[in-house]
Design a protein around this ligand. Structure first.
Ligand code: 2AM
Length: 494
């Protein structure tokens, strides 16, 4: 194929890349594809033939030919492993690119790597867009949510393609320009942190219903199916309801019960919590989800601890006698929803803080809109988040939005009952509890932080502010602990 004719190119033909390439072809664009290992290119071409898309998907074994097949400005999506493989792919690719061409990295890349590449490539007139893609393999094939960040002018060349390739909702395509620099990767990272939180909250709900309520898998499937018809309507609740119905093919029983209780992870959740700490933004629900994954990894230690502490009378949790199952199911549903609102509030506040620090101008309402479809956290309630930020773009916290405050007020009794029940039964619900602690801290005008300030001043002369007069004070709380000679001094500046 000598004539430049493809609308877009894609490098990296693992499953996500193959699926995205087929999706692009299906939407009526010509796409050239390339992979380091040629067999995957051939496999992608074979799949395109099978799916009736061979006329639009063109495989290349040489990078030079691949680039030559693209219309200018060339748009090349790369979906290779994040980190060094992206650098080496860009290095090889840029040998054949020209000023004005656009590289789009669709991987889960650390945002600062994207910003470094943007600077390096800008020196050669090449644009680089970091575009988070969510939706898993199925989303890539049928319509993911996409979060592109970088030069807005370069994005305008990409927009007609991604707006067709993205998932579609009644509210438009699940893609929007996120902001300059690494904003797109950053928002995708927090999306994944929110996803960690959602999955942990659902797992805790499952644990309480199963362990305290004694619900069978059939009952759990019915409960989650019912929940998915209401305010909890979401992809993760839906797939959870299906998981409970799947029988084990190798033995009797359900597959879910045969799966080892050790959670894997790839890093975006950890990055989110590191960022929360960097920005001094509280994110206890997502942090609980991350901690839960760490502890889940200690399977052998947990088995030994259960035996050792069991011998001392610390018994594993079990069903509570006389529990009202219907009430428990209703309470857990409300607790899950309330806890989820708090988790999203944390995620949105991380993005808000970073956007302010970097001057990205991220539109939080738009994130609610594009996450309504395609991505793993897609959920009905994201529409309400969109409306909350449309109504007040400066909203300090979703908890005080007129859209969510009343929900939290209405659900707090059930939420507290679930936490009490779980704690009494000895079931860890750190996500649901973390959310409640977040709510209970944020909603109080006065916290016990006055005592912490007193302690800091006592042992470190860190000074404190008073509630009744301006300025900073220091007190010698007990002269036997220090040598300062004045009792109170003002004007400290810590
Ligand atoms: P491969 O098929 O040749 O291994 C996911 O691993 C994708 O990233 C695959 O398409 C893989 O190509 C690609 N990939 C991983 N490391 C790479 C590298 N250093 N250079 C180019 N592509 C790489």
């Amino acid at each position: 194929m000598a004539d430049a004719q493809s609308d877009v190119g894609l490098i990296g033909l693992a499953v996500m890349g193959q699926n995205l390439a087929l999706n692009v072809a299906e939407k009526g664009f010509d796409i050239s594809v390339f992979n380091r290992t040629a067999e995957k290119t051939d496999a992608a071409v074979k799949r395109a033939e099978k799916e009736g898309l061979a006329a639009r998907l063109h495989g290349y074994h040489e990078l030079r030919d691949f680039v030559a097949s693209l219309k200018r400005p060339r748009r090349v999506i790369i979906l290779v492993k994040a980190g060094a493989p992206v650098d080496s792919t860009i290095k090889q690719l840029t040998e054949f690119l020209e000023p004005g061409d656009i590289i789009i990295d669709g991987g889960n890349e650390w945002y600062e790597n994207t910003e470094r590449r943007q600077r390096e490539l800008a020196a050669r007139g090449i644009h680089h867009i970091g575009m988070g893609v969510s939706g898993g393999e199925e989303g890539a094939r049928n319509g993911p949510a996409m979060m592109p960040g970088g030069d807005e002018g370069a994005y305008s060349h990409l927009r007609p393609i991604v707006e067709k390739v993205a998932a579609q909702t009644e509210d438009g395509a699940c893609v929007t320009y996120i902001g300059p620099g690494g904003a797109g990767n950053y928002v995708k990272m927090v999306h994944n942190g929110i996803e960690y939180g959602d999955m942990q909250l659902i797992a805790e709900a499952y644990d309480v219903l199963k362990t305290v309520g004694g619900l069978s898998n059939e009952e759990l499937a019915a409960v989650f199916t019912d929940w998915n018809a209401g305010e909890l309507d979401s992809f993760l609740i839906q797939i959870t309801s299906i998981i409970f119905t799947v029988k084990d093919e190798l033995a009797d029983g359900f597959l879910v019960d045969k799966i080892l209780d050790k959670t894997g992870m790839k890093g975006t959740g950890k990055w989110t919590i590191q960022q929360a700490a960097e920005l001094s933004v509280a994110a206890p629900t997502m942090a609980a989800a991350l901690d839960a994954r760490f502890i889940s990894g200690l399977k052998d230690e947990r088995v030994a601890a259960e035996a050792a502490l069991g011998a001392l009378g610390v018994q594993p949790p079990g069903p509570l006698p006389g529990v009202d199952k219907a009430q428990l199911v209703q309470d857990v549903r409300e607790a899950l929803y309330a806890a989820k609102i708090c988790s999203y509030a944390q995620g949105y506040n991380i993005i808000r803080a970073k956007s302010a620090e970097k001057g990205w101008g991220v539109d939080l309402a738009e994130l609610g809109r594009i996450w309504k479809g395609g991505c793993i956290i897609r959920a009905k309630f994201l529409d309400r988040i969109k409306l909350a930020y449309q109504r007040d773009p400066e909203l300090p916290n979703l908890l005080v939005s007129p859209r969510f405050g009343p929900d939290l007020a209405a659900k707090q009794a059930a939420w507290r009952r679930v936490v009490s029940t779980a704690v009494a039964a000895g079931i860890a619900v750190p996500g649901i509890t973390g959310s409640l602690g977040y709510f209970d801290s944020y909603r109080r005008a006065r916290l016990p932080a006055n005592l912490v300030q007193a302690q800091r001043d006592f042992f470190g002369s860190h000074t404190y502010e008073r509630v009744d007069r301006p300025g900073w004070s220091h007190t010698v709380w007990d002269s036997s602990f220090g040598s300062a000679d004045s009792i109170t001094t003002s004007g400290y500046n810590n």
